[in-house]
Design a protein around this ligand. Structure first.
Ligand code: SF4
Ligand code: SF4
Length: 364
């Protein structure tokens, strides 16, 4: 059986918490813990991903440091969550990308942008790259439609496969059984995930984040980021239908559905990551492992920059700067797709899986 310091700490903390139970109304972790007497590695992975790092238990724990028990659940679970990202990554050799993840994500992004820029410059003469292109097919005058579809399809398709495989690894380890899945469990888990229910606290007071005072700021910024991402995804889906079903070629008008969805999504992806970065900068660092800061920051910055370059491209798409802005934005988008399975993005996936597992073992 795999043994790491984080697993040993989490097991010991859960045994103490299971005897204490002072925090049982705080979040989903404690009711799930109370269903168990012993904790397998899979149980601990599940509980770690069920923890949403609200820090409420840390600030109210009589056994928190400097007490000799050193109970610090948000920190212990964050360390264990990071281990689960590596443990469940697919394919296995790429699990190493979670080591020094901030640096890895930054390097992949830099290489992705450089490759697209160099490729575009080799593919097109300066006359085309720096010319004003307007109307139907303007983007494809700089980067051909087939090239965009091939690059986007290959990177996004790979990301989806790697994410599904990672999720299945988590699900098996957490003891989830598809045969036991009931519609009400699915409904409950998706309602909890889509409303970010637990980030609101037990009575709507929010999280003890960025400091001991409770606040809903973290929930609000997570909503901006999550729904921003979903709107941006919807914009791409609608644009694909426009192109392949109706034969309407991009770029679309400023008041067309894909552009409205993409703009709203882009704004959400600016506000959400920027707000979360701001909260992180001023947060109490004691209940957080310093080693994971790079992973969080790199992914938030990547989301922010992908959105920012998309909105700048929209604003300047009818100028001679469009070609170069398109190449930069495409570089960010493709890098984002490549790093999705090896970045903090997997947190959303495993957390939803943990909520589903929790909904299945709860009494409805
Ligand atoms: S975190 Fe501390 S106070 Fe809360 S249940 Fe565990 S031991 Fe008790
Ligand atoms: S940090 Fe919050 S979510 Fe995590 S175990 Fe403590 S109370 Fe639960």
């Amino acid at each position: 059986m795999r043994t790491t310091e984080a697993l040993v700490d989490a097991r010991s903390a859960m045994e103490i918490c299971n005897a204490c139970r002072y925090c049982e109304g705080y979040c989903a972790v404690f009711p799930a813990m109370e269903l168990r007497r012993t904790f397998s590695n899979g149980d601990l992975s599940y509980l770690a991903n069920l923890c949403h790092n609200c820090r409420g238990c840390y600030y109210s724990c009589q056994y928190a440091p400097p007490h000799e028990f050193q109970i610090n659940l948000p920190k212990t679970f964050a360390e264990l969550r990071a281990e689960t990202y590596e443990e469940y990554a697919w394919p296995r050799p790429l699990a190493r990308l979670f080591h020094r993840n901030g640096l890895v994500v930054s390097l992949i992004t830099a290489i992705g942008i450089a490759l697209i820029m160099i490729g575009t410059m080799l593919l097109q003469s300066n006359d085309v790259l720096f010319a004003r292109h307007q109307g139907e097919g303007a983007f494809y005058a700089v980067i051909p439609h087939n090239v965009m579809v091939a690059l986007g399809g290959a990177t996004f398709g790979y990301a989806i496969i790697a994410l599904i495989m990672g999720f299945l690894n988590f699900w098996r380890d957490a003891g989830g059984k598809m045969a036991e899945l009931k519609p009400q469990s699915l409904r409950q888990a998706f309602a909890d995930a889509l409303t970010l229910r637990y980030l609101g606290g037990s009575k709507g007071e929010g999280c003890a984040y960025p400091d001991e005072a409770f606040s809903n700021a973290r929930r609000v910024y997570h909503h901006f980021m999550f729904y921003g991402f979903m709107l941006a995804f919807a914009a791409t889906a609608v644009a694909t239908i426009y192109d392949y079903v109706f034969g309407w070629v991009a770029p679309y008008g400023y008041f067309s559905l894909p552009v409205i969805l993409g703009t709203l999504g882009g704004i959400g992806l600016l506000i959400g990551p920027a707000g979360l970065l701001w909260l992180k900068a001023k947060s109490d660092k004691t209940p957080a492992p310093a080693s994971l800061m790079g992973m969080d920051v790199a992914f938030l910055v990547l989301l922010f920059m992908t959105s920012l370059t998309g909105l700048v491209l929209l604003a300047f798409r009818e100028t001679a700067a469009m070609g170069i802005l398109l190449a930069i934005h495409l570089g960010f988008v493709l890098s984002l797709f490549v790093v999705l399975p090896y970045s903090k993005f997997v947190h959303g996936l495993y957390r939803t899986g943990a909520l589903l597992r929790h909904a299945m073992e709860r009494k409805h």
